[in-house]
Design a protein around this ligand. Structure first.
Ligand code: SF4
Length: 520
C-alpha cells in the first residue's frame, strides 16, 4: 500500500464506522485504533484539539439549505453536547465541537430524524455540495439548482462506489452569476451558461487551494441540467480509478487534471456519459465574495431575503434558535448558510422587514457589517485544530474591527483572510490580503508570525494572491495592514477593489511597504 491512509481505507471501508460507532464509544480514546479515528471522518466526526477524546461533528447542508425546524434541532444538539456553540463552515456546513463519541451515538440518529446528515462530511469522499444560498429565491439565478443539488447529494450520500476516493472531492453547483459557489477553487464546479438560448451549465475541474493552489480549468461542454449528475458521477469515477494515491499531498484531483489537461479529461468523461454538447456562454456578473448582506427582493414578488453577518462564523445555540423563530414568525421557516460563514433569512414580506430588523439580535449579528469585519475570513485556528500554531478568529476580528474604525472612508469590501497554517482553510489565496500563521523566535520570545500575500480574487481573470517576502511578527501586523490600506486608498481608481489596484501597480511597490514591518 502506498500510504497509511490508503492502507486504512483498504482494510475497511470508511462507512463501516457508522455501524461500529456504539462499540467505539465505549472505549477510552487512547484505545481506539488510529485507523478507526481516521474512519470516523466518514461519519462526519473529526478528532479536535487537544486530542483527548473530544471531536467535532460536521453536518452537511447542501447549498446551505436549512429549515427552521432543522436549525432548532442543531441548536438543541449544540446546547446539549457542544457547549452551546455552532460553527458555520466555508462549505455552508455546520459544526458542533467538543462532543464525545457517546454524544455522537445520540446525535447521529437525531440528525437523521431531522433529515440532516453528517455522513461523509469529512474523509476521502464527495463532500457537501456547495451552492447558491439563494437557490430558488434568487432573482438573478439562471435556474433553480435545488433539485440538481438534491439529486447529486442523494446519489453520493453513503454510496459505497465512491466511499474510497484518493482524497476529498468537492463539488459546487450554482446558477448564480456572481459565482456564489466559488467555482474555480472546487474539484468540480457547475456554473450558469446559455447555449442557443437554452439554460444549463459549463463545468470547471481541478481547482483547490492548500499548499499548491490550482485554479480549476474549463471543460469544453455545455451541460444540460439533466446531465449534471452523470457528469459528476463520471468525474468522481475518473478520480476514483485514475487519481493518484501515493503521496498524500499529491492526491487531489487537481494534480490529475494538471497532468492530463482539460481535453483529455473531457474525453474520459464522455467515454462514460456519451457525447455532450460543446460550447455555451457563461452567465457572469462581478463576484460578490459569497456575501449576501442586507435586505433584498426575492424573485417571489413582495418577499425579501435578509443577509446577516455571523462574526467568525460562530453562532450561539440560543441565537440560532432565535433566528429560526424569526424565520418562522416573519417568513416561511427557511434559512440558508453561506460559504462566507454567514446566515440568510428567507421569505420576509416587504412590509415586515423593518419590524424584523428591530429585533435585538441584529445588534450582535448586523445586516450591514463593516467593510473589513464583514468580509474577513479565518480558519478554526488553535481553538480546535490540531495543525494550528496560532489563534486566528479573535485576532482577525480584533484587527478588522480596528481597521473599520480607522478607515471609514474605504467604502467597499477589503477582504483579509487569516489561516492558521499552509492547509489554507481560510482561503488566503483568494483574499485581497491573505495571512498564513506560524510561530517563530523574535528576540527572546516565540511569537505568532505571518506570511503575507496580496491581490487574490475570483472575479473575471481570477488570480491567486502573490506572496510578499518576509514574515511579520504579531505586534507589527496591525501596522502593516494599516500601511497597506493607506497605500491602497492613495492609489486606487474610482471603484477599484484592492486586488485590482495591486494588479495595476505591481508587487514591488507593495513589497516596499511591507519591508518596513517584516522580519526575514
Ligand atoms: Fe487548521 Fe491549518 Fe486549516 Fe487553520 S488552516 S483550520 S490551522 S488545518
Amino acid at each position: 500500500m502506498t500510504n497509511r491512509n490508503e492502507q486504512w481505507k483498504h482494510e475497511k471501508d470508511g462507512l463501516e464506522i457508522l455501524k461500529e460507532l456504539p462499540a467505539l464509544a465505549e472505549k477510552a480514546f487512547k484505545e481506539i485504533d488510529p485507523g478507526d479515528i481516521e474512519r470516523l471522518k466518514w461519519a462526519g466526526i473529526y478528532a479536535q484539539r487537544p486530542r483527548d477524546g473530544h471531536f467535532l461533528v460536521r453536518v452537511k447542508l447542501p447549498s446551505g439549505q436549512l429549515t427552521a425546524a432543522q436549525a432548532k434541532v442543531l441548536a438543541d444538539l449544540a446546547a446539549a453536547y457542544g457547549k452551546g456553540e455552532i460553527q458555520i463552515t466555508i462549505r455552508q456546513a455546520v459544526q458542533i465541537h467538543n462532543i464525545t463519541l457517546r454524544d455522537a451515538v445520540d446525535i447521529l440518529p437525531r440528525l437523521k430524524a431531522a433529515d440532516l446528515s453528517s455522513v461523509e462530511a469529512c474523509g476521502d469522499v464527495p463532500r457537501t455540495i456547495l451552492g447558491n444560498p439563494l437557490a430558488g429565491v434568487d432573482a438573478e439565478e439562471l435556474l433553480d439548482t435545488r433539485p440538481l443539488v438534491e439529486e447529486v447529494f442523494r446519489f453520493f450520500l453513503g454510496n459505497r462506489d465512491f466511499s474510497n476516493l484518493p482524497r476529498k472531492f468537492k463539488i459546487s453547483i450554482s446558477a448564480n452569476p456572481h459565482d456564489a459557489g466559488f467555482a474555480r477553487i472546487n474539484d468540480l464546479a457547475f456554473v450558469p451558461a446559455r447555449r442557443e438560448g437554452e439554460a444549463g451549465f459549463v463545468a470547471y475541474v481541478g481547482g483547490g487551494l492548500s499548499a499548491e493552489p490550482h485554479l480549476a480549468v474549463r471543460l469544453p461542454f455545455f451541460i444540460r441540467p439533466a446531465e449534471v449528475k452523470a457528469v459528476a458521477e463520471a468525474v468522481a469515477t475518473l478520480f476514483r480509478d485514475e487519481g493518484y494515491r501515493e503521496k498524500r499531498n499529491h492526491c487531489r484531483l487537481k494534480y490529475l487534471v494538471a497532468d492530463l489537461g482539460a481535453e483529455r479529461i473531457a474525453e474520459k468523461i464522455e467515454a462514460q456519459t456519451g457525447a455532450l454538447l460543446r460550447g455555451g456562454e457563461e452567465v457572469t456578473a462581478p463576484w460578490n465574495y459569497g456575501r449576501f448582506y442586507g435586505t433584498h427582493a426575492q424573485k417571489q414578488p413582495g418577499l425579501c431575503y435578509v443577509g446577516v453577518h455571523v462574526k467568525n462564523g460562530h453562532i450561539r445555540a440560543e441565537d440560532l434558535r432565535a433566528f429560526a423563530e424569526l424565520a418562522e414568525r416573519f417568513g416561511q421557516g427557511r434559512l440558508r448558510t453561506t460559504n462566507s460563514q454567514n446566515l440568510i433569512l428567507l421569505d420576509i414580506p416587504e412590509g415586515e422587514t423593518e419590524a424584523l430588523l428591530q429585533d435585538a439580535i441584529f445588534e450582535a449579528y448586523p445586516t450591514e457589517p463593516g467593510f473589513f469585519t464583514g468580509y474577513a475570513s479565518s480558519c478554526t485556528g488553535n481553538a480546535y485544530c490540531n495543525f494550528a500554531p496560532i489563534e486566528t478568529k479573535n485576532r482577525l476580528h480584533e484587527l478588522t474591527a480596528a481597521l473599520d474604525e480607522a478607515f471609514p472612508e474605504v467604502g467597499q469590501p477589503l477582504r483579509i483572510n487569516l489561516t492558521g497554517c499552509f492547509h489554507a482553510c481560510a482561503q488566503p489565496q483568494v483574499a485581497d490580503i491573505g495571512l498564513t500563521g506560524g510561530r517563530a523566535r523574535v528576540g527572546e520570545a516565540v511569537v505568532p508570525v505571518y506570511t503575507v500575500m496580496i491581490g487574490g480574487h475570483l472575479s473575471e481573470g481570477a488570480a491567486f494572491a502573490q506572496p510578499l517576502e518576509g514574515r511579520v511578527a504579531d505586534d507589527k501586523l496591525f501596522g502593516l495592514l494599516e500601511a497597506l490600506v493607506q497605500k491602497y486608498l492613495a492609489l486606487r481608481e474610482a471603484g477599484e477593489p484592492f486586488y485590482a489596484t495591486v494588479a495595476r501597480t505591481g508587487l514591488e511597490l507593495w513589497q516596499s511597504v511591507a519591508n518596513q514591518y517584516t522580519i526575514a
